[in-house]
Design a protein around this ligand. Structure first.
Ligand SMILES: Cc1cc2nc3c(=O)[nH]c(=O)nc-3n(C[C@H](O)[C@H](O)[C@H](O)COP(=O)(O)OP(=O)(O)OC[C@H]3O[C@@H](n4cnc5c(N)ncnc54)[C@H](O)[C@@H]3O)c2cc1C
Length: 401
């Protein structure tokens, strides 16, 4: 297994909230299962839940432990709105496929919310509208075109003029797209909830346990671990987040650095509907609120993966995020109470890769999540569960390696 990253530094806001424990054991002897899942972040958790619900026996391992990778650092704006605007994505992969990706993303949000409700997972799930503000990447004209493109694809979007934006949200910008139905939640509580549901159906978890090699043959696949014991399975799902394995083709994948802050709970009412706010800018800014009135603000991405350099920048980047937040909402106390940085993987198109690894039919992988990581983890759980059941998901080819 090739890439090991220092995925995050600093203290993400989620550590302010208690999370139900997820029982893991030490891997002291060889084990067997129908499916072995490598990685216990949100991707591995959703996949474990989906597979155990379909009757598969599952073993999952993690080199750190459940919820200790990127999932603890996410700001968790769970949006159907893909980072790559529909108009831009259409220019890259054609309108039909771009619309297909946007529609699937929209559906993934609905399926995730439905499943959380069905299972009764208490993770602060709520709906939020979102505002995509004009910036240096997309001005008002491009945003108008983008709103029309989404409407043509059957995805509700309303263009707000500068006057409407000011009247409805008190924000001064050249324009914005208003959308509805995105999800806000606590990502660690969600992950723990999914893992605990799979555990009740017999999933076995081992941590810390690091996969070092995957050897597949015609009949089975064997995962070697650092401390010696092996896991033998019919199929393996590599859900190791931004830490890729040798077996996965990574040519179109790169790692960048990103930053976030969270304020203390604000005494005053926040902005209308506590809408998610994100900017069509480079570097961009995004904002959401927590259930107890903190404001999370992230962005300021840097196009490098050097972790020491990333961490040196946390203080300066936090100050900058705080200033930008104050400019947008002068009445807020924007002093950071939490500040953190993380690595972030993206692909050329912004779409993830999900599915069987070429030339390794027993190995499936999920990788390449950018700003829509959690939505894509949901898509991955659906595509992977279908593939393991021998059925092809109707959008599988769009995300295939
Ligand atoms: C600052 C920041 C903000 C973000 N904001 C958003 C957002 O607003 N909305 C959104 O949707 N997404 C966002 N993301 C992206 C989102 O966090 C990720 O897409 C998501 O958490 C990835 O989950 P995962 O389970 O794939 O990876 P992880 O949570 O990293 O889990 C992978 C696990 O695999 C384990 N592992 C790795 N290698 C091995 C091995 N060899 N053997 C065993 N285990 C191994 C790791 O220890 C890790 O726990 C953000 C990310 C960051 C860093």
């Amino acid at each position: 297994m090739r890439r090991q990253l220092d995925l995050r530094t600093g203290r993400p806001v989620w550590f302010a909230y208690r999370v139900p424990s997820v029982h893991t054991a030490k891997l002291t002897r060889d084990v067997k299962a129908d499916v072995a899942i490598l990685g216990m972040g949100i991707s591995g958790a959703l996949i474990a839940e989906a597979l155990t619900a379909r009757g598969h026996s599952v073993v999952a391992i993690d080199r750190r432990g459940p919820m200790k990778g990127s999932t603890a650092a996410t700001t968790a704006l769970v949006q159907f709105e893909i980072d790559q605007p529909l108009t831009t994505l259409s220019g890259m992969i054609g309108r039909t496929k771009a619309e297909q990706a946007w529609r699937r993303s929209r559906l993934s949000i609905e399926s995730l919310a439905a499943r959380i409700q069905e299972l009764g997972i208490r993770c602060g799930l709520d709906r939020r509208p979102s505002l995509y503000l004009a910036g240096n990447f997309f001005g008002s004209g491009e945003l108008r075109d983008e709103a029309e493109a989404r409407q043509r694809a059957g995805i509700h979007a309303t263009y707000l003029t500068a006057t409407q934006l000011k009247e409805q949200f008190g924000i001064e910008r050249a324009g914005a797209i208003l959308s509805h139905g995105n999800l806000t939640l606590d990502p660690r509580k969600l992950t723990a909830g999914m893992l605990r549901n799979a555990l009740m159906r017999g999933a076995r978890y081992y941590a810390p346990a690091e996969a070092t090699e995957i050897s597949d043959s015609k009949d089975e696949v064997v995962v070697a671990t650092k401390d010696g014991p092996t896991i033998t399975a019919n199929q393996v799902v590599v859900a190791t987040g931004y830490e890729l394995t040798d077996i996965v083709p990574a040519a179109k994948h790169r790692i960048i650095s990103t930053f976030a802050i969270a304020t203390r709970p604000q005494p005053r009412r926040l902005w209308p509907d506590e809408a998610f706010i994100w900017e069509a800018s480079d570097p961009y800014l995004y904002i959401r609120a927590t259930g107890d009135g903190r404001v999370i603000c992230g962005g300021e991405d840097e196009d490098f993966s050097d972790e020491a350099h990333r961490d040196e920048l946390i203080e300066a980047k936090s100050a900058r995020l705080s200033q930008k937040l104050a400019r947008l909402f002068p009445d807020l106390d924007t002093e950071p109470q939490f500040a953190w940085a993380g690595s972030f993987g993206t692909t050329t198109t912004g779409l993830p890769y999900i599915g069987r690894v070429p030339r390794h039919p027993r190995v499936l992988a999920v990788m390449g999540y950018g700003g829509n990581g959690i939505s894509y983890s949901q898509v991955a759980s659906e595509v992977v569960a279908s593939a393991i059941q021998g059925r092809e998901d109707s959008d599988a080819r769009l995300f295939a390696f």
